[in-house]
Design a protein around this ligand. Structure first.
Ligand code: NIG
Ligand code: FE
Length: 416
């Protein structure tokens, strides 16, 4: 199977020498070819260039030709932080927050993550797979080609394993590239309230060995926050996870400055995510580390939180990634186009910085830079084609619209 896309108005995020991430002032650069062609063979990108240098077609066998006149072609987004496996929804809490309750107050009343945990315990694996597949299909049509999915609404050995097995089935059944994350340390379950030590013991000594045995998780994450897990506990859990070959990630500094970033850097986390309460100390610690600071503008928007200092981090020379945090409580949207709009409007990131954050840098945050996140020879053919639009800045500019017309995942043109 071969695909040739020709007459492309702009082919965005092309790389001759692929990089694993882009940082600091380099994030303002987005390599683009105007009036371009792109060639795909099986699941791989095999060539691209300017139409005027195109050598024409010598072999017509098994070839699909797509004319992309006046359209933009981009690598699919990589969404490095989601919780798309969940049961039910939480619009009741949304209304409670409008009426004045805070996210923390709702949690203290047994809502929030604990509300989703109750609902998930009653759902069958098949129900969870079906509802998650619908969400994955939805985000695919919004341009996402690779996605990380977390557990964390189980909070018992049985239900955490159930969630991770569901994610394993999604890896088989969805066309998207999926990475899985064990987030047992998302909250202390209601039955162990007041006995965090016991729950951490269960996470490390009961859950982790089983997860490792069934190879259910690529990453391990902890919600480092007041009333959830401390910096020391985060380090303890993630150090244990590394022994089981799970790479650390952290939910850090979302509701307060609580040590999540420092914990993440100390254990060599691949990413630290949220970052609303990051200060200079955390920015210094991130410099020269392997850890990708990742903003989740959907959650900050939906919970009306202070904004993470994305501009300051980039100006300090750091790389920044963006992800959706798609989940029923703090970000019930996985639309990466909208995340780009938020990056530009609220965080004063340029469209180039936002697109770098949503492609190559978010690919890094899920160890996929070698295969995803840019248009480069040898990378997976995960690209989308827009409607007729003037340029790539038109995507974040048109907030709330979906301008994506065609999605190609691993060299296959997806059909609705
Ligand atoms: O990333 N902050 C913690 N976890 C999720 C929210 C989970 C929920 O409310 O269901 C987040 O925002
Ligand atoms: Fe999250």
């Amino acid at each position: 199977m071969r695909i040739l896309i020709k007459n492309i108005r702009s082919l965005v995020q092309v790389e001759d020498i692929p990089q694993v991430k882009v940082q600091g002032s380099k994030m303002k650069e987005l390599n683009t070819i105007n009036d371009a062609w792109l060639a795909i063979e099986n699941d791989t990108i095999v060539g691209f260039g300017k139409m005027e240098e195109w050598e024409g077609i010598s072999d017509w066998s098994n070839l699909t030709i797509i004319d992309a006149s006046d359209k933009i072609v981009m690598p699919c987004y990589c969404d490095s932080h989601t919780h798309v496996v969940y049961a039910g929804s939480r619009e009741g809490e949304f209304v409670d927050r409008i009426n004045g309750l805070s996210y923390e107050q709702i949690f203290e009343r047994g809502g929030g993550i604990l509300n989703s945990a109750k609902r998930l315990a009653d759902a069958s694996e098949e129900e969870l797979i079906e509802s998650a597949l619908k969400r994955l299909n939805e985000i695919m049509w919004q341009g996402t080609g690779a996605v990380e999915i977390k557990s964390g609404y189980g909070l018992s050995t049985e239900t955490e394993l159930k969630m991770l097995r569901v994610i394993k089935k999604l890896k088989e059944r969805s066309p998207l590239t999926i990475k899985s994350t064990f987030l047992g340390a998302h909250a202390v379950p209601a039955n162990l309230k007041g006995d965090r030590k016991k729950y951490i013991d269960i996470i490390i000594n009961e859950m982790m060995p089983k997860i490792a045995e069934e190879k259910l998780a690529d990453y391990c994450d902890v919600f480092c926050e007041q009333n959830y897990f401390t910096k020391e506990e985060t380090i303890e859990i993630l150090s244990a996870a590394k022994k089981y070959n799970m790479i650390p990630k952290v939910h850090a500094e979302q509701l307060s400055n609580y040590g999540g970033v420092l914990a993440g850097v100390e254990v060599g986390a691949i990413s630290v995510d949220h970052l609303e309460f990051v200060g200079d100390k955390e920015i210094e610690a991130l410099k020269g580390s392997v850890t990708m600071p990742t903003i989740l503008p959907g959650a900050a928007f939906f919970l009306s939180l202070p904004l993470p200092p994305a501009r300051k981090m980039i100006d300090a020379g750091l790389a920044v990634a963006v992800a959706s945090d798609y989940n029923p409580g703090s970000s019930p949207s996985g639309n990466m186009n909208f995340m780009l709009s938020l990056c530009c409007v609220q965080y004063k990131m340029t469209p180039e910085e936002a697109i770098n954050a949503a492609t190559i840098n978010s690919a890094y945050a899920m160890n996929l830079s070698d295969t995803h996140g840019s248009i480069a020879i040898g990378k997976k053919a995960n690209v989308f084609i827009t409607q007729e639009i003037p340029n790539y800045s038109f995507i974040p500019y048109s907030f709330g619209s979906n301008l994506i017309e065609t999605v190609i995942i691993n060299g296959k043109v997806m059909s609705k």
